[in-house]
Design a binder for this molecule. Structure first.
Ligand SMILES: CC(=O)[C@@H](O)[C@H](O)COP(=O)(O)O
Ligand SMILES: NCC(=O)COP(=O)(O)O
Length: 237
C-alpha cells in the first residue's frame, strides 16, 4: 500500500495572501499527520511565494512522519536540504519562474549533474528521488545516477484519465515495471485527486508513495481535511 504524503504548499499560499500566520502551516501539518497522513511534502520555490525556506526548517522540527522536500537543486536549495536534512529529497527540474512543475528530468542529458547531487545527498543519509516522465529511457537514465527512487510525473495521467483511463495508465505501468526491475522505488505525484487516485494505485505495481497537494486541499474546502485525508487512505488501501 502506497503512503500518502500531503503537499502543504497551498496552505502556505493561503497564509501568505495576508502576510500573517493564518492558516498556521505548522499546526495544519501536525493536524494532517494526526488525521492519518504518512508524510508531509513541501516544494519551496526560489521566490518563496508559498513555502518559505524557514518553513522547511520549522517543519523538520515538528514532522513526526516523513518530510519530503522537492525542488530544483540550485545552490540555495542544496544548502537548505543540507541544513534541514529531510527524510527524502526529490529533484525536480523547474524553471525559476515556473507556475508549477511541468516536466520530468532529461536523465540522459543531465546524468552527471544528477549523479553528483544524488551522491551528495545520499552521503548525508537522505533518501533521494528524481522526478521523471513515464518514459523508459528516462527511468533507465535515473537508475544510472544511483538514485533510490523515481517520482512519476502524473499530469498526463490526470488529464488522460478523464477520457480513457486504460490508455492514460499504460505508459505509467510500463515505466513502473522497468523501474522495479532496475531496483528503483516508485513515487508519484502531480494533479492526483480523489477522482483518479484509486485507479492509479490499483494499476501501478510497487507504488511506494504519492504526494498530493492541489486537489487534496481544494477537495477539503467541501469535504473537510480530516475526512479527505481518510478518503485518500481508503482509496490507496
Ligand atoms: C513536483 C510536483 O509535481 C509538485 O511538487 C508540484 O510542483 C507542486 O508545486 P506547486 O505547489 O508550486 O504547484
Ligand atoms: N510531487 C507532487 C506533489 O507534491 C503535489 O502535486 P499537486 O498535487 O499539488 O499537483
Amino acid at each position: 500500500m502506497a503512503i500518502l504524503s500531503v503537499n502543504v504548499n497551498k496552505i502556505a499560499t493561503l497564509r501568505n495572501a495576508r502576510g500573517g500566520n493564518v492558516p498556521d502551516l505548522l499546526k495544519v501539518s501536525a493536524d494532517i499527520e494526526r488525521f492519518g497522513a504518512q508524510g508531509i511534502t513541501i516544494h519551496p520555490r526560489p521566490d518563496e511565494r508559498h513555502i518559505r525556506y524557514q518553513d522547511a526548517r520549522d517543519l523538520k522540527r515538528m514532522v513526526t512522519t516523513e518530510l519530503n522536500i522537492e525542488g530544483n537543486p540550485i545552490e540555495s536549495f542544496v544548502k537548505l536540504v543540507e541544513e534541514v536534512r529531510p527524510h527524502q529529497v526529490t529533484l525536480v527540474p523547474d524553471a525559476v519562474d515556473a507556475i508549477t512543475s511541468n516536466a520530468g528530468w532529461d536523465t540522459v542529458k543531465n546524468k552527471n549533474f544528477l549523479k553528483e547531487m544524488v551522491d551528495h545527498f545520499k552521503s548525508m543519509g537522505i533518501r533521494t528521488s528524481i522526478f521523471v516522465d513515464p518514459v523508459l529511457e528516462m527511468v533507465e537514465g535515473a537508475a544510472k545516477t544511483g538514485v533510490d527512487r523515481i517520482e512519476l510525473y502524473t499530469e498526463d495521467y490526470a488529464i488522460g484519465y478523464v477520457k480513457d483511463p486504460e490508455a492514460a495508465i499504460k505508459p505509467y505501468v510500463e515505466a513502473a515495471e522497468a523501474a522495479h526491475d532496475l531496483s528503483l522505488g516508485i513515487n508519484a505525484g502531480h494533479d492526483l485527486s480523489l477522482d483518479n487516485i484509486e485507479y492509479f494505485s490499483k494499476h501501478i505495481p510497487n507504488l511506494k508513495e504519492v504526494s498530493i497537494g492541489h486537489a487534496l486541499i481544494s477537495e477539503s474546502l467541501y469535504l473537510g481535511l480530516e475526512n479527505v485525508v481518510n478518503m485518500y487512505k481508503k482509496k490507496l488501501s
